[in-house]
Design a binder for this molecule. Structure first.
Ligand SMILES: [Zn+2]
Length: 841
């Protein structure tokens, strides 16, 4: 009994909000397809490491053609990458990518699962990946996903047998899947999970291979395929008016923050999966061959199957509601099934089908998009039956404990509208991604509530349960509270209803650099979660730093309004760093979090609460030269960072690069991947080299070695490689300790290479003209020394520097050594200039 209640609890907790984001109004073709899926009792779990790894062609094929329940288990949420659509990085990028995966699944018909693994950045080898991921923990989550989802078929995106040939996360995902395939059925493995779930043995494991894994298409064509199954994933679905691969293209085009918007593909295409282990396939055209995927699969399922198969055979596209009496018979039989897993899953599907067939419209919409604990919010309720079936709204049970007794007969197409209130209790949880509530480690999120592990998003806490009697059969349909509104230029819109704190605060700058002992003014933005907010704000700071005033009054009249406060920060005399964070006192409560809103059209609106803090860095830094021209590449915050340490930085358009414009600057810095992204730059190289010849400095940051727009990167020969050092703590050896780059004006020591983040650098050159001096040497574990991370050459009167060091990652984290080294790069050859003196003065 205990197990059963827990299972139901999980079922209710997993209610995915997105299904209710904009109420579905499915056409009868979709209802028919849902019935086809209802009558298929088989499932596929696709496993890989990141958002965008998943093969949407295969997921869509399994879901829409085979009709299997299909899910994608992405071990991470993709926090480590770059964002092409906005400023969010790291955990906030993970929030966007989570939602993009959910958006992709809404298109291809799959479900979405995760583990607690964190995308900590590029990893060369699965050994490193699994160490940082705390292997047993992530393995435990993969086993849990298998035990809860109970897949018949598991398909890995990557090959578990080829470590070191791709991202360590990729191979790692396949290795964990390979191991979990057997462990899921082992009672002694992760036995604590068996309190809420049961063991499960998947039937078959495959690897989704293709020519990429075989060096070339030619090699793949020649490869022995006797152990492979293949499918035409270009099949056309007349009920949808789309081909499978068109659906897949639309699904993967949801990954917009990764620049995955793409043209649709259609027409016949082959996809291969290689059998790895489990029961061998008896019929190579059917991945489920030998597995009973009919209702006969479960005890007592026969009678249910008879009813539901008859509905599928004789489906009435003009009036699906006529099937409701038979669907209800099946529903009642289903409630007597012993197998909890199938009972829960098929009940969920069947209820949705009954709701769709009746054209039911049930909605609980709050009068405001958000509210705070200890308040009540007005809810507008709409209940509409668009069928001739006898449907009574008996009551509504709200998750705040309130029950509305109604006994309302819902007449065909006669909308019932009424109001309720929803009380948000004092200790109610705020709406925020559950995996970000506690600080995690480099490799793992911390999730205290074990019931949430694996869930794509935080279950909504404000839910209205509509207790109906449909032809006398009691059925409860749950709807999370939404906020419905309209905008004149957009039409009707929906947003999730959010529970937010009564106040939140943020310091506008995340990293504040003090390049001398002068004080800085910081801006604190305090936001009100309700009207008439009164309290006080102060800034927590390290002991040897000073902040004044100590406290300021907070007084905000309207909900949503912000108050801007300024504080003055005085750094200590010597080099130092630490964190400052705001505390807002309201009555006897204190608030320390920042409320971040993520608002893009392709995903639902999100709020994220994160600890509000900013890093303060007092640098011991000297510099020569002052005026910097910046040529932006793929985007980085290097210009802002250099301004923070007192440089005058002008971002110049590549078209504007002329001898005259450059003559005003001491140095030109080229942004990351500029030679991969800016066509025009190849025509400007000579002007830039001439600038160096006449005494300017030119610093070029990393470019990838593929897709360079010019072969003429430097005034001397230089070739890029894929050499990278991903371990941010890799030892740095100084090759030429006397070189001015390491001595003037700042003395660079090992200490300057401490506290780096994510990596040392990437795409280092591996061949260079003897005019270049390599300055540093470093390497990842078990690799040879890489000496191309920082190369400097005198050219005429100036210096050309090429560096693959990840300054673009270190600056935003306030890494002192990175600033000091970069200041030396800008200063080299400029000793004759006093600080703050211009070249052409
Ligand atoms: Zn990936």
């Amino acid at each position: 009994m205990r197990k059963l209640t827990l299972l139901f609890l999980i079922f209710f907790l997993t209610f995915s909000f997105t299904q209710a984001q904009k109420p579905k109004t499915p056409a009868s073709s979709e209802i028919f397809e849902s019935i086809q899926k209802l009558n298929f009792l088989g499932s596929v779990l696709y496993i890989a490491a990141h958002p965008d790894d998943e093969n949407t062609r295969l997921i869509s094929y399994m879901s829409n053609h085979v009709k299997a329940r299909t899910a994608y288990l992405s071990l991470t949420r993709g926090d480590g990458g770059q964002n092409l659509i906005g400023p969010e990085i790291r955990e906030l990028l993970g929030v966007i990518r989570t939602q993009e995966l959910l958006a992709a699944r809404r298109v291809d018909g799959g479900e979405q699962l995760f583990t607690r693994a964190n995308d900590f950045g590029y990893s060369k080898h699965p050994d490193e990946t699994l160490e940082i991921w705390e292997k047993d923990e992530v393995l435990s989550d993969v086993v849990l996903a298998i035990r809860e989802f109970q897949p018949d078929i598991i398909i890995n995106r990557f090959d578990h047998r080829t470590p070191g040939t791709t991202h360590g996360h990729h191979t790692g995902s396949a290795m964990l899947s390979f191991e979990a395939f057997d462990l899921a059925s082992d009672k002694s493995a992760f036995s604590e999970q068996l309190e809420t779930t049961e063991t499960w043995q998947p039937k078959r494991l495959f690897f989704n291979t293709n020519s990429w894994f075989y060096r070339s298409q030619e090699d793949f064509d020649k490869a022995d395929k006797s152990n492979m199954l293949s499918f035409d994933i270009g099949v056309y679905y007349p009920l949808k008016g789309l081909s499978n691969n068109e659906i897949a293209s639309i699904a993967s085009s949801q990954h917009l923050c990764q620049g995955f918007g793409r043209l649709h593909q259609r027409g016949s295409q082959k996809e291969y999966i290689e059998f790895l282990k489990g029961n061998p396939v008896t019929d190579k055209s059917d991945v489920f061959s030998g597995i009973d995927t009919s209702w006969n699969r479960i005890k007592g399922g026969n009678a249910i199957g008879d009813i539901l198969n008859a509905i599928e055979q004789n489906f009435n596209f003009n009036n699906p509601s006529i099937h409701i009496p038979e669907l209800l018979k099946a529903y009642e039989l289903l409630q007597n099934i012993q197998n909890e897993h199938w009972k829960i899953q098929k009940t969920k599907e069947l209820k949705a089908i009954i709701e769709m067939c009746a054209g039911l419209y049930l909605e609980a919409s709050a009068e405001a998009p958000s509210s705070t604990p200890n308040t009540s919010v007005k809810i507008n309720i709409e209940a509409l039956n668009r069928s001739n079936q006898n449907i009574v709204l008996e009551s509504i049970t709200q998750t705040d404990g309130k029950i509305l007794d109604k006994h309302l007969v819902l007449e065909n197409n006669d909308s019932e509208k009424f109001e309720s209130t929803f009380h948000i209790s004092e200790n109610s949880d705020y709406t925020t991604p559950y995996w970000l509530e506690k600080k995690g480690t480099l490799g793992m999120y911390t999730v205290e509530n074990k019931n949430l592990i694996g869930k794509p998003e935080t279950p909504r806490s404000a839910v209205f349960n509509f207790n109906l009697k449909i032809n006398n059969t009691p059925i409860t349909i749950s709807k999370p509270v939404v906020y419905r509104y309209s905008e004149p230029d957009k039409g009707e819109l929906y947003r999730p209803f959010e529970i937010i704190p009564e106040t939140s605060a943020k310091i506008t700058e995340k990293v504040i650099i003090f390049d001398n002992g002068h004080e800085h003014t910081i801006t604190l933005v305090v936001k009100a979660g309700h009207d008439n907010l009164k309290g006080a704000a102060e800034i927590c700071h390290p002991e040897n730093w000073k902040v004044y005033p100590e406290k300021q009054d907070v007084n905000i009249a309207n909900k949503g309004e912000e108050q801007i406060l300024t504080f003055t920060i005085i750094p200590p005399i010597n080099q130092d760093e630490g964190y400052i964070s705001p505390i807002i006192h309201i009555g006897d409560k204190t608030y320390t979090k920042e409320l971040i809103e993520i608002n893009y059209e392709h995903i639902p609106y999100q709020t994220v609460l994160l600890p509000s803090e900013s890093k303060v860095v007092r640098l011991d830094i000297k510099k020569h030269g002052e005026n910097i021209a910046y040529i932006a590449g793929a985007g980085d915050v290097v210009p802002e960072s250099l301004e923070q340490i007192g440089y005058q930085v002008r971002v110049i358009n590549p078209e504007d690069i002329t001898r005259e414009t450059l003559s005003r600057f001491d140095a030109v810095v080229v942004g990351i991947r500029a030679y991969n992204t800016i066509d025009n730059l190849k025509f400007k190289q000579q002007i830039l080299f001439d600038f160096v010849k006449e005494g300017g400095n030119m610093i070029v940051q990393y470019n990838t070695n593929r897709g360079l727009k010019t072969d003429n990167l430097a005034p001397y020969s230089l070739s890029l490689s894929r050499d990278r050092v991903t371990d941010e703590n890799a030892e740095v050896k100084i090759l030429d300790p006397k070189h001015p780059l390491l001595n003037s004006p700042n003395k660079i020591t090992q200490k300057d290479f401490e506290g780096w983040t994510q990596e040392r650098g990437l795409y280092f050159p591996n061949k260079w003209d003897k005019a270049f001096t390599p300055i540093l040497s470093m390497h990842d574990k078990d690799e040879s020394d890489k000496e191309g991370s920082l190369l400097v050459a005198q050219y005429g009167k100036g210096y050309y520097i090429y560096t693959g060091l990840s300054f673009f990652r270190e600056f935003p984290e306030g890494v002192s050594g990175a600033y000091r080294l970069f200041a030396n790069m800008l200063s080299i050859g400029k000793d004759h200039l006093q600080p703050n003196q211009k070249l052409n003065d």
